[in-house]
Write a protein that binds this ligand. Structure first.
Ligand code: ATP
Length: 294
């Protein structure tokens, strides 16, 4: 599998303050990569380095084999970029702005641009400066996607979008992937990342602490089980000593158990009590994410 983004020891200091430290990352061509981390972890810093808006303090990176510093223009040619706070040109209408960019970049299919505007429900006749945050974000999405780039780099792309537009946006991501593009997106919305991404990278205080396929991350054998009893619940201390049980506590409905492995012993232990409901869920990205930040 080829690699579209490759970083080696990528580091950025603001003054003396490290924002990104020794990041080694390989993003395979054709995947949707979710870049996660709490506020201030260094996501935007990474993205601004990759798209050539800043230079690294140390280390290096390539996009499609082109070095982000030495071959900046060649690296940028692969990229469609949506900044975290997209502003555009406030005095132009969306139509004027998008046409201007399309002419500047060249190679933008007019039909693709118009279709994106239509699908996102954007009114292209409105001045960007007079738009709501969500509508301005749509202009940002159109300009990132309209050149059908090899690599979409999207910083918090769904911020401000309503749920219907978010859904359309997810379809755009799936389509871009099917057409062979790679998508690198940062997000705080874990359910969204779980829905669209194939892989995630987790940043913590400027360091990359995990890179994994989503399936691998969520396939950990830890399960959450909610048990609801008609009458008295069993003694929690007894449940705690059952094989595989990691934790037990009361919640609003009954008893919540975290369990690794088979449920057989737990079910035997609760069978003498009148169980009226059992709900078992796999850990989602949110549980995993919270585990990293504890
Ligand atoms: P968020 O989720 O809040 O957008 P982030 O993960 O994108 O956060 P960055 O914006 O990359 O984080 O910031 C990483 C660190 O670098 C933070 O501590 C931030 O305060 C600091 N930082 C970012 N930009 C600058 C700057 N221009 N000058 C000084 N420090 C900065």
């Amino acid at each position: 599998m080829s690699t579209i983004i490759s970083t080696t020891g990528l580091t950025k200091l603001y003054g003396r303050k490290p924002a990104l430290v020794d990041v080694n990352l390989e993003v395979p061509t054709g995947v949707v990569f979710g870049y996660l981390g709490p506020n201030g972890a260094g996501k935007t810093t990474t993205i601004r380095l990759l798209v050539g808006l800043m230079r690294p303090t140390r280390g290096s990176a390539t996009i499609g084999g082109a070095d982000i510093v030495r071959a900046r223009s060649a690296a940028q040619r692969h990229i469609g970029y949506l900044p975290g706070e997209f502003v555009g040109y406030p005095d132009l209408t969306a139509e004027q702005y998008l046409r201007y960019l399309a002419n500047l970049r060249g190679g933008v299919d007019d039909k693709v641009r118009r279709r994106l505007i239509e699908r996102l429900g954007l009114d292209p006749t409105v001045r960007i400066g007079a738009m709501s945050h969500g509508n301005r974000q749509k202009v940002g999405i159109v300009q990132a996607f309209m050149s059908e780039p090899d690599l979409l780099v999207l910083d918090e792309p769904t911020s401000g979008l309503d749920p219907l537009v978010q859904r359309e946006f997810h379809t755009l991501i799936h389509e871009a992937k099917s057409a062979g593009s790679t998508v690198f997106l940062s997000s705080h919305v874990l359910s969204e990342v779980q829905e669209v991404a194939d892989m995630v990278g987790i940043l913590r205080q400027g360091r990359l602490v995990e890179v994994r396929a989503i399936d691998e991350l969520t396939a950990r054998p830890l399960r959450h089980i909610d048990l609801v009893f008609a009458g008295a619940a069993p003694d929690l201390d007894r449940l705690r000593h059952i094989n595989g049980v990691r934790s037990v506590h009361h919640n609003t409905k009954g008893v919540h158990v975290e369990l690794e492995g088979s449920t057989a012993a737990l079910l035997r232990a609760v069978a003498p009590f009148e169980v009226i409901d059992i709900v078992s869920h796999e850990p989602d990205l949110e549980d995993i994410f919270l585990n990293y930040y504890g």
